[in-house]
Design a protein around this ligand. Structure first.
Ligand code: GLC
Length: 478
């Protein structure tokens, strides 16, 4: 190569670097609103803390966006629980039936089967949904020759907002996470399920406890680690529960011989009355507008797995349209709503820094080829902003609860696909929580199948008799 050509290449190289750098700066500007700082988080924390107070007060409980539902879970496991249980787990596009055996020394064995919950089922009638669950339960028990067992107590993890007045009764207040089955809202889910079981399966089995997945997670971790006081889910949806002193729960009507009760915050609804408008982006607004439940579950739509992929798609689409990636070309897939799942974010962020092997493979699968390093850098940055915002907002929420608790050592049980699959979500959570809360020793612990085992543990803690329990879990987290 002669000197002139070399100079020209060098100039082209520098020019390309400059253009790439300018594009990257624009991408950063575009993502700026996703970036949280401690000032924004402090405002977020103050508002959330006030809403929790309102949720716990009789007068304002019904109107607070943070509902603070009583769960009647007051028997925290000791770790000595034993016995065989069956759980049903419903909370997402799959539901599971589990046969769980708790043993001495905090040992457990679990046998489970997953059944899919089709889109038609999620949008059909409540009766069809519960009939299907009853049928799957029957198939599960028949396969294991357990169908003729009598007095099988059943635990039901039902991961939706429920108003409880006892451990074995729960009125669905509203559907979330894409479910819209009619005839369920305002009704007792336990009755609906028991009716389907009696009608269709001929089984002699009844639900003895119903619980939210956050409660299952708390219970399941408390069984292993008695310092567990908070249960958290960051999966298809997000939610949190915590142990509250009964004298701080104004509408408390549980067992007053016990000092605490688990409160289900249903924090996914945070922001539904505009409380998060200052930090919401135009992409969040689009996700909300296109959802089946507009203006509901605002916080959930900023944080959880059902929505992060779609946020990512909208952001990439905007970047492509503005000629910041793909040389201004808009790949077909970015025009298709819901075409990018939250797993794509996790994969893109799993590459070793400065390498893009997984990202390239993943984009290729989506039909996006010929991407440059500059594109990949920007795509990773967008993914990072979305997942980091999610983790930092969750950390701020946890900080509010940790501040309320007069305890020095607290373990937080966590479950959910976003938390489990993202390469460093856990680390962001840990760092941010420790930055926001001083003077406490905080442990964040992955719950091994909180939704399933938690139902068994709650049933066992409630009734420490050595008999067989059946716990049914309806959970869409898988
Ligand atoms: C949704 C549900 C809530 C559940 C959470 C996590 O927010 O309303 O009950 O705990 O998803 O599955």
């Amino acid at each position: 190569m002669d000197d002139e050509n070399q100079n020209e290449n060098f100039c082209n190289g520098s020019l390309n670097t400059l253009i790439s750098w300018q594009k990257h700066l624009k991408v950063r500007q575009m993502c700026q609103k996703f970036v949280m700082n401690n000032k924004k988080l402090t405002v977020f924390m103050n508002v959330l803390s006030n809403l929790i107070d309102l949720g716990l007060k009789k007068e304002t409980h019904d109107t607070s966006t943070i509902r603070c539902f009583q769960t009647y879970a007051q028997d925290i496991p000791t770790g000595n629980e034993q016995g065989r249980y069956i759980a049903l787990d419903l909370g997402g596009s799959n539901f599971r039936v589990l046969n769980i055996e708790l043993d001495v020394g905090r040992q457990f064995r679990m046998d489970q089967e997953t059944f899919s919950c089709s889109k038609q089922l999620m949008a059909g009638s409540g009766e069809e949904l519960f009939d299907y669950i009853a049928q799957c339960l029957k198939d599960f028990l028949t396969k294991r020759k357990l169908e003729s067992e009598i007095n099988l107590p059943l635990g039901f993890t039902f991961s939706f907002p429920i108003y409880q007045s006892r451990l074995d009764s729960a009125i669905l207040t509203n559907w979330t996470k894409g479910f819209t089955c009619d005839g369920v809202v305002g009704n007792d889910v336990v009755k609906l399920l028991n009716r389907s079981i009696a009608k269709h399966s001929g089984l002699n089995i009844k639900v003895c406890v119903i619980l939210n997945d956050t409660v299952g997670t708390l219970m399941s971790c408390a069984w292993k680690d008695p310092n567990t006081k908070i249960g958290l889910i960051i999966g298809t949806g997000t939610n949190c529960c915590y142990l509250e002193k009964i004298d701080r729960i104004e509408m408390f009507d549980g067992d007053s011989s016990k000092e605490e009760m688990v409160i289900n915050l249903e924090w996914g609804a945070f922001g539904d009355k505009g409380e998060l408008d200052d930090i919401i982006t135009k992409y969040d607004k689009t996700v909300n507008r296109n959802s089946v439940n507009p203006n509901q579950q605002t916080f959930e739509k900023m944080v959880s797995g059902m929505y992060l992929g779609e946020l990512f798609r909208l952001l990439l689409l905007d970047m492509a349209k503005n000629n910041l990636i793909f040389d201004g070309h808009v790949p077909e897939i970015l025009l298709v709503p819901q075409s990018i799942t939250t797993n794509v974010i996790s994969t893109v962020e799993s590459d070793v820094p400065e390498t893009y092997t997984l990202s390239r493979q993943c984009l290729q699968k989506l039909g996006i080829e010929n991407v440059t390093e500059s594109d990949l850098l920007n795509i990773r940055y967008a993914a990072h902003c979305i997942s980091r915002r999610s983790a930092e907002l969750v950390a701020a929420g946890l900080a509010v609860l940790l501040e309320r608790m007069n305890e020095e050592n607290i373990t937080i049980g966590v479950d959910g696909s976003v938390y489990r699959l993202h390469p460093y979500y856990h680390q962001i959570l840990v760092n941010k929580v420790n930055e926001l809360v001083k003077g406490k020793s905080i442990k964040i612990m992955l719950s091994e199948d909180g939704s399933g085992r938690g139902a068994a543990v709650l049933a066992a803690a409630l009734n420490q008799v050595h008999c067989i329990y059946f716990v049914v879990i309806l959970n869409l987290e898988l």
